[in-house]
Design a protein around this ligand. Sequence first.
Ligand code: ADP
Ligand code: MG
Length: 271
Amino acid sequence: MSAILSVEQVGVRFGGLVAIADLHFDVREGEIVSLIGPNGAGKTTAFNVMTGFLKPSQGEVRFRGTGLTDLQPHEITRLGLARTFQRTSVFPDDTVFDNVMIGLHRQGAQSRRAPLLDALIGRAGASERRLRARAEALLDWVGLSERAGEKAGALAYGEQRLVGVALALATEPAMLLLDEPVSGMNASETQVFVSLIRQIRERGITVLLVEHDMPMVMEVSDRILVLNYGRLIAEGPPDRIRSDPAVIEAYLGQGKAARQAAAEVQEPAHA
Ligand SMILES: Nc1ncnc2c1ncn2[C@@H]1O[C@H](COP(=O)(O)OP(=O)(O)O)[C@@H](O)[C@H]1O
Ligand SMILES: [Mg+2]
């Protein structure tokens, strides 16, 4: 399978601090890949470079062969690389359905040529109906159909994040980047999200996630990339990562939370 995303010797400096050095990896079409690593390892920085929010000091990211360095985030989205944001940003007093409609209108704002002309020739009703059908399909996809009429603010945290996933999917991406998608979710919400990730892949969308939840990463990933101090220290399928001495060392070297994460990495091996 060919690479859909290539990270080529990317380096990022913040003043004297090297946040990422010589980062290089490919993601192949149809894969589910996770980027993990202890706090401060450079995961968010890498994510921001891939999505155009940060320009690398060195190297290049290619998506379907196109270099992303000179592109704005919305141009990258238009190429078919979509992302979700770590923080949820729903309009709490609007319904779940209206939140998706607002997002679809926003996305369409740049591409829709002539709403006035549409109105004059009577197409407004038709295009609004199309948009509503689209919103319904997206809510169905992420499993929120039954909540469509409720205020978004009434949803559980994990469900609010699904609204963000629906809007990322609305851009019809070839690849989806998820930034700590299950942080703050309880175990059952996480399981729902794991099946959603698999469904997304089944529809032909490549997935790259940055995530802290080790059991979740081990369960869902085809391949895992491990960053430590801005450098790639391991890469491989979950079974290999779980038993990799460098990975265990990287997590053990950290505080209590990281030691717990390291224990979780190894846990399934003993199960
Ligand atoms: N905007 C910034 N300015 C200065 N230093 C930063 C900035 N963003 C991140 N860093 C530093 O870069 C390193 C990597 O951070 P980050 O990518 O957020 O790590 P992670 O997401 O893996 O926890 C850390 O040492 C962090 O303090
Ligand atoms: Mg981070």
